[in-house]
Unconditional design. Structure first.
Lengths: 122, 247
């Protein structure tokens, strides 16, 4: 079996490489399982956080693979998986117009208010 | 002597878990896909962990009864083939993935029922180890059942491989339910429930229950297949060559 390993940066997954049910017939004849993104909640009350990705034939297998790969060291109490092809990411080429305009607008941070002394934990 | 039966019963369960763990461990870095490679080796570690708990208890019982100095390591690494009481199915070669996951399914489904009985034991050690272990085994059953369904109801190739695995392994399942004189679980009583479980998964997997009824026996009394004689030297070689070696 000819397995290609290629590194993708987070948020940078090209659609033709994300597997998925509509994408099982590749020109190379290589059949591979769809790629899934895994989100783990480390404890009750916290958010699910992106843990990594893995391959699985279906959603149930993806949850179990995530359990076996990402929670072996008690990392979590809840798992979400979503097929990578359903994730839409911003384009790194747009970084300039997307993110840089915010850099000189520090007034958007709520740091210009005088807080009463009674208010704690801000 | 009552204690001797208890010791042998505990060793039988420990040996079974250890040998299957040793077999599954050979999949490490050879699994069909990275995620499943980790899954089968997780199961391996669960089984070896269970074996350790039972060996520790057996060592305690032996040392109390016979004034010896056994440890979990001496029981695992310094006993001979005829002393091992593991089920035969655990020592069989891994074969292909179908054979490995079917063996896991047959065994884990049985082990789950056995632990359910052991939890009710009046022996607090046995009850506690079983209660801890069954959580792991419940997952092994779920994981292996889904693989049986996936391959049985998959392609012509995977279906044929499952049929080959059933043909080979079925004759080793009867041993589960033929009690040795030392066994403290009434294993014969678990047979119907096990058959129902297998049938329900096989139905979903479009596989038929085998008709053949000849069953291999011997593992529980130390009469093994030719395979155990190759597993033990490999598994025990370090402790045999360097007695007392530690990490």
């Amino acid at each position: 079996m000819n397995i290609q390993i290629k590194k993708f940066y987070y948020g940078d997954i090209p659609e033709e490489n994300t597997g998925g049910t509509g994408n099982t017939e590749k020109s190379s004849g290589e059949l591979s399982w769809p790629l899934w993104e895994v989100f783990i909640r480390s404890k009750q009350g916290l958010d699910h956080k992106h843990a990594g990705s893995l391959r699985a034939a279906d959603a149930e297998m993806a949850v179990e693979n995530a359990r076996d790969v990402y929670t072996r060291r008690q990392e979590g109490v809840s798992i979400w998986v979503v097929e990578s092809k359903h994730v839409h990411a911003s384009n790194p080429d747009d970084a300039e117009m997307f993110y840089e305009p915010a850099s000189d607008k520090i007034y958007r941070h709520p740091t210009f208010y005088d807080l009463p002394d009674e208010l704690k934990h801000m | 002597m009552k204690n001797e039966n208890l010791i042998n019963g505990v060793l039988h369960i420990a040996d079974t878990a250890l040998i299957l763990g040793q077999r599954n461990a050979a999949w490490c870095a050879h699994g069909p896909i990275l995620e499943q490679d980790i899954a089968i080796t997780n199961i391996t570690l669960d089984l070896i962990g269970q074996a350790r708990n039972f060996y520790q208890y057996a060592a305690l019982l032996i040392n109390e009864t016979e004034n010896k100095n056994e440890t979990e390591d001496s029981l695992a690494f310094l006993r001979n083939e005829r002393d091992f009481k593991n089920l035969l199915i655990c020592e069989l070669p891994n074969g292909d993935w179908a054979q490995t996951i079917l063996r896991q399914f047959f065994f884990s489904s049985f082990q789950q029922l056995m632990y359910q009985e052991m939890i009710k034991s009046s022996d607090s050690q046995i009850s506690a180890i079983a209660a801890k272990s069954i959580k792991e085994t419940n997952y092994h059953v779920k994981w292996s059942s889904e693989w049986v369904i996936r391959l049985g109801d998959g392609s012509d190739e995977s279906n044929q491989r499952m049929k080959n695995a059933i043909e080979y392994l079925w004759q080793y399942t009867g041993e589960f339910f033929i009690a040795a004189e030392y066994e403290f679980v009434d294993v014969a009583a678990l047979k119907n429930e096990w058959l129902e479980k297998v049938k329900s998964i096989f139905d979903e997997a479009t596989l038929s229950m085998p008709e053949n009824t000849f069953m291999q026996t011997g593992g529980k009394t130390g009469v093994h297949t030719e395979h155990l004689g190759f597993i033990l030297p490999e598994m025990q070689s370090l402790q045999r060559n360097f007695p007392g070696a530690e990490w």
